[in-house]
Design a protein. Structure first.
Length: 158
């Protein structure tokens, strides 16, 4: 029997705690983090936040899934078409690259419009297509159907 990467759904703001507890129990757990500038009334600070809110990845064999559910911060596993959702090693590797390199893209031409289809032409998401869901001053959120995720990029207009 081989190990697979399962997607575990956690209680809100419990991703790091669950990762620590499961790792201490000898599970292979991956909680990708991104650096975010947080602002309080008296200061600004760079903090590490989970890339995927309320989700972590656990590499294990099918029978071990029940043991993970004993953690008080794990609510369930994510299911797809009635089966536990798994990711391929290549998908985990892509997420690791994003975590290490950050998310930054350059948009050619005019700024895209909300609802407009786009194709990502550079970086680890190269070749994926999506739909623009949100546009801020220099951030663009794109729903990428193939990975069922909303991906937010920092961008510069060329």
């Amino acid at each position: 029997m081989t190990k697979s990467w399962y997607v575990a759904y956690t209680k809100p703001r419990n991703e790091k705690k669950v990762t620590e507890r499961l790792t201490s129990r000898d599970f292979e757990v991956y909680c990708p983090l991104i650096k975010v500038l947080k602002q309080w009334s008296d200061r600004k600070k760079m903090v590490s936040m989970p890339m995927f809110t309320s989700y972590i990845f656990v590499r294990l064999m099918e029978p071990e899934r029940k043991k993970v559910l004993h953690d008080p911060g794990v609510l369930n596993f994510v299911y797809w078409q009635g089966e536990p959702a798994t990711l391929r090693e290549t998908e985990i590797d892509s997420i690791r690259k994003i975590e290490q390199n950050g998310l930054e893209i350059h948009v050619s031409g005019d700024r895209p419009n909300h609802g407009e289809p786009v194709i990502i032409t550079e970086g680890v998401f190269k070749g994926l297509s999506g739909e623009v869901r949100r546009i801020d001053k220099n951030r663009l959120s794109v729903w990428v159907e193939s990975i069922k995720s909303l991906v937010t990029f920092t961008y510069e207009l060329n």
